[in-house]
Write a protein that binds this ligand. Sequence first.
Ligand code: URA
Length: 238
Amino acid sequence: MTLPIRLQKYLAQCGLASRRKAEEMITTGLISVDGKVVTEMGVSITPGVNHVKYAGKEVNAKEKLVYYLLNKPKGYVTTLSDPQGRPIVTSLIKEGGARLFPVGRLDLDTEGALIMTNDGELAQKIQHPSNETNKTYEALVRGCPGKERLSLLEKGIDLEGKMTAPALIAVLSSKGKNCLLKMTIHEGRKRQVKKMFSLIGHPVLHLKRTAYGTLTIGSLPIGSYRQLNSADLKKIFL
Ligand code: URA
């Protein structure tokens, strides 16, 4: 249930004005609550219950936009609910208030960078193909693909009847008979990374997303998250 708050605080939270300016609006008679002009300080209202108007127009609570970078653990789904009762990523962000959703998806067994926000516009911008937002993955693959095989992915490969855009790939290390590779792509087709490596005969054994653009997961522990500021948000598109 929403708790009552001071009228001037509500006006400020709605982005109408600063707290001080909101007080001025009240004392000069510009604000009404449930049809009655309020000119005194000290009135409280309940958002969603009382109707607050400024210049005859309803003032509505604007949800503050928030952004988090989560290091998704394996075993969590990136949907908002799961009929099979598996844990969902939103349950990992212990911040009250905002209704968060993940930007894009990661498979159940994929770890790593997942942006969580309540900003639908930014989410759309990140995911819109025309923006070609880079996503970088670290993939442990079976065996070690040679240059020729990797060049198939670097050039673009026929994936279910449609060519993939060129990928940027680097071999990071070899782990026994297997290899750790880094791949940057801007497309976001379902299970794209796994399918691309399977197509060249080197199935993915473990997958982690390490970055959106130049916004990297760094040393953020698995299951932890950090709040993103405007400088971080710019990095997504760099
Ligand atoms: N590509 C995949 O194959 N899986 C993911 O989770 C993300 C990208």
